[in-house]
Design a protein around this ligand. Structure first.
Ligand SMILES: [Zn+2]
Ligand SMILES: [Zn+2]
Length: 307
């Protein structure tokens, strides 16, 4: 069991054949979540192994075109695909107005309920079974929100040897103990889950931080994350240019990962001016070693760890 991250677009500004604009898919236990939905995200989705029908929710960071222009098209195609299940869309204030305009102009008539949630403040914005997404403000040229997925702790590993020593018959009782319930054996003994389970195991935390200049709120979102996905529009050394445009460099992304004590950094939102990523990765690794730069269709399998 793991979480799969698939980068559908890793460029900033405008779509290019080698690098589409922002979108990242997160696939978890049969459910698909999208962060941002730049132009042609639906094409990228069909080129990936992901099934758009599995989409549960879309999280939009801000209303710059390179993060949202693909949304009406994607929703239109889901309608053509006969979707009937609701879809949650979470994004900045103005999202409802945008949908109303698309509806009134007959551009978009979704054949399924679209549940819109406008983010007004930091906090939880989506809840699933054993996990939740929360949001926090970033600092960019317009209102922008970063997001983080956090899973709940999972029960510890089942110790089969210990269960044998306690003469617990294999079968359904194992499952009940694993799910945290005490069981009674035929000989009258009661077995508590902690008798056969190891220590609880932490869930995963994945943070998505784009677009932003370095800020405390980004560090908070990324705090102790297993994976931090952070924008790096420019390579290290271009901080002045980055600040003028409300962005971060690869070194800024690395500093955020380091401050937040994240375990791994994946950079995205690379300026289309730069063909090669070596400069980005090299500059960031001097500050935070466990760094990679995503390309379109880069896929990362994020495994849960023991304590
Ligand atoms: Zn952008
Ligand atoms: Zn932007």
């Amino acid at each position: 069991m793991s979480i799969k991250l698939v980068f559908l677009g890793t460029g900033s500004g405008k779509p290019m054949p080698r690098r589409n604009v922002s979108s990242m898919a997160l696939f978890r236990e049969g459910e698909l979540f999208l962060f941002d939905c730049g132009e042609a995200t639906q094409i990228q989705l069909t080129r990936s192994q992901l099934r758009p029908g599995a989409l549960e929710a879309i999280f939009l960071t801000h209303f710059h075109g390179d993060h949202v222009n693909g949304l009406p098209g994607l929703i239109g195609s889901l309608t053509l695909n006969q979707r009937t299940r609701p879809l949650d869309i979470i994004g900045p204030r103005g999202l409802k107005k945008w949908f109303r305009c698309l509806h009134d102009l007959h551009i978009l008539r979704p054949g399924f309920p679209v549940r819109i949630r406008e983010v007004q403040e930091s906090g939880q914005v989506y809840e699933g079974e054993n996990f939740r997404f929360h949001t926090g403000p970033l600092q960019h040229r317009i209102a922008t929100w970063g997001y983080a997925l956090e899973e709940e702790e999972r029960p510890g590993r089942f110790d089969v040897e210990r269960a044998k020593e306690l003469a617990i018959p294999p079968g359904p009782l194992f499952g009940r103990l694993q799910s945290g319930q005490a069981v009674q054996l035929e000989d009258g003994r009661t077995i508590e889950p902690e008798d056969v389970l190891g220590p609880a195991r932490p869930g995963l935390k994945i943070a998505y931080v784009t677009d932003t200049i370095p800020c405390e709120s980004a560090v908070e979102l990324a705090r102790d994350a297993d994976v931090l996905i952070h924008e790096a529009t420019y390579p290290a050394g271009e901080e002045k240019l980055a600040r003028q445009r409300g962005h971060s460099t690869a070194a800024d992304a690395a500093r955020c990962a380091k401050k937040a004590k994240a375990r791994r950094l994946i950079m995205t939102h690379i300026s289309q001016k730069y063909l090669h990523l070596d400069e980005f990765v090299g500059g960031a690794r001097q500050i935070f070693a466990n760094t990679e730069a995503a390309r379109d269709f880069s896929t990362f399998e994020i495994k849960r760890r023991d304590r």
